[in-house]
Design a protein around this ligand. Sequence first.
Ligand code: NI
Length: 174
Amino acid sequence: MLEILTYGNPDLTKPNSELEQIGDEELALIGAMIETMYEADGVGLAAPQIGRNLRMFVLDVDFDRDAKHPDETRNPQVFINPKITWESTEDEPFEEGCLSLPNVHAQVWRPSSVRMTWRDDAWEEHDELLEGYLARVAQHEYDHLEQHLFVDRISQNKRLSLAPKLTELRNNNK
Ligand code: NI
């Protein structure tokens, strides 16, 4: 399992570069990110969260750890060089968490659907309308590539109430 960086680690908010191609090294990294995501009980994981400043994330919105055969419900998706090309004007709230912000949860408003282009791990191009939970998770992960965490998108009051936890996380990274 790869080490997941937490809030306050400077690598989390460094600029992220596009991948120019995919080779054995990138495929190995993607495989390790997917395994790390499952082991950490996450729905998504972006490369900067494991200290690699690349425009890439993985997610799985179908995995059901309570299923009789959880491994059979796995459906990991790989997003390389993603771009959001359209956002719905309608926003909706959702309680978010993040592997880089352990024990922190807050309601975040985001567009309910987005159009995204990306390449997958076979370097195939995608251009799709993402809706529902997939849109939510993809936007959260995309934010990581744009050097944002979900706590950047919450109300001032909520930020104040989370301040002690955020300070504690930051201090752990000193
Ligand atoms: Ni996150």
